[in-house]
Write a protein that binds this ligand. Structure first.
Ligand code: NAD
Ligand code: WQD
Length: 338
């Protein structure tokens, strides 16, 4: 019996494969390597000592999916595969809808044809748009997304919900991640963005390692305590463990469930810089820049539901997130590009 992890060579996927294998699950990874490296799978093996069955294929490839579902004994799918760069999605909306939505439709169709109706989907706090209230509970209404990437998450949530309502044999868990950062404590797997990072923590670690000159802070006039944006940063290993807990929920035939995966605490950009500097002893040069289009002031979770129903709670604090992100970056200045 195996778990199919789509996008399992990527940042969150690779950490989840480690935690799944540590918990005793057999794992099959499907990834087209469009935003990842096969080297991550070698590193996973060095951490867990376990073999990961790997298919380098696209979720749009029906024949490949048929082969996997016929050959492997898959019981559930954790579906990470997707394009995720917010800015790129504005420039290439068709590619995002095609890859994320059309690809997921093919995956779901082949799953049901093979009688596999258990799925955990990587959603995002982005579906709340500019949230109606904070801390954000799962009851907070979904908002208007500010970019095509966000709409792919919101639409896929709707598609999965409608399919589960139409066929209650499906167990569907929508996990809304807040801001994953950090890396495995070994420093051997981590986030390896292509080009100049869009997200705060990889930008900071690349400044720290000397690849980038300084961080630009996007706005200091938000309605937050210090004027910079506040987010709920969550250690990627905690996030990975949330998926292990979600699989136990699926085993209860849970039907449709939605959970926020966050810590419940918000940190501003200035607080992240300060914590990074204190955790690593490295000074981060920065300058002020205008607000980034589409950004909101504050976004952090109420994570009580995941605690009550999944018995899951984030364990790691902001210092560990910073120290682990830095260990990965400093040990692998070029990411997986060995
Ligand atoms: P990532 O890019 O590191 O991982 C995604 C993986 O999917 C990559 O390995 C990529 O090669 C693969 N992939 C993309 N399209 C594919 C396709 N058509 N067929 C097969 N493989 C494909 O990203 P990540 O940060 O690990 O994110 C994983 C998931 O979590 C994504 O769905 C993302 O949208 C979602 N998410 C991420 C964040 C975040 O901040 N990182 C926040 C919320 C949600
Ligand atoms: C965090 C804070 C920025 C970079 C994005 C996606 C979201 C989700 C997670 C997938 C904000 C500030 C950032 C920089 C800065 N991904 N910042 N300088 O925007 O909360 O969320 O990633 O689902 O959908 O939108 O994360 O890390 O980009 O920004 O000042 O160079 O850091 O303005 O306040 P964000 P982020």
């Amino acid at each position: 019996m195996s778990i199919l992890v789509t996008g399992g060579a990527g940042y969150i996927g690779s950490h989840t494969v480690v935690e799944l294998q540590n918990a005793g699950y057999e794992v099959v990874v499907l990834d087209n390597l469009s935003n990842s490296s096969k080297e991550s799978l070698n590193r996973i093996k060095a951490i867990t000592g376990k073999e990961t069955v790997f298919y380098q294929n696209d979720i749009n490839d029906r024949a490949a999916l048929m082969e996997i579902f016929q050959k492997e004994k898959i019981t559930s799918c954790i579906h990470f595969a997707g394009l995720k760069a917010v800015g790129e999605s504005v420039v290439k909306p068709w590619e995002y809808y095609q890859n994320n939505i059309a690809g997921t439709l093919v995956l779901l169709d082949e799953m049901r044809k093979h009688g596999i109706k258990n799925i955990i989907f990587s959603s995002s706090a982005t579906v709340y748009g500019d949230p109606a209230f904070i801390p954000i509970t799962e009851e907070c209404p979904k908002g208007t997304c500010t970019n095509p990437y966000g709409f792919t998450k919101s639409m896929l949530e709707q598609i999965l919900t409608d399919m589960q309502v139409a066929d209650p044999e499906w167990n569907v868990i929508l996990l809304r991640y807040f801001n994953p950062i950090g890396a495995h404590a070994s420093g051997t797997i981590g986030e390896d963005p292509n080009g100049i990072p869009n997200n705060l923590m990889p930008f900071i670690t690349q400044v720290a390692v000397g690849k980038l000159k300084e961080l630009g802070i996007f706005g200091n006039d938000y309605d937050t305590p210090d004027g910079t944006g506040v987010r709920d940063y969550i250690h990627v290993v905690d996030l990975a463990n949330g998926h292990v807990k979600a699989l136990s929920k699926i085993a209860e035939n849970c039907g449709l469930k939605i959970y926020n995966l966050g810590t419940g605490t918000g940190y501003s950009v200035f607080e992240i810089i300060k914590n990074f500097e204190e955790a690593t002893g490295i000074k981060i040069a920065y300058s002020m820049k205008p607000r980034r289009q589409g950004d909101i002031a504050s976004c952090y979770a109420n994570a009580d539901k995941a605690k009550a129903e999944l018995d899951w709670q984030a364990k790691y604090g902001i210092r560990e997130m910073c120290a682990d992100a830095w260990r990965w970056q400093s040990q692998n200045p070029r990411g997986y590009g060995v």
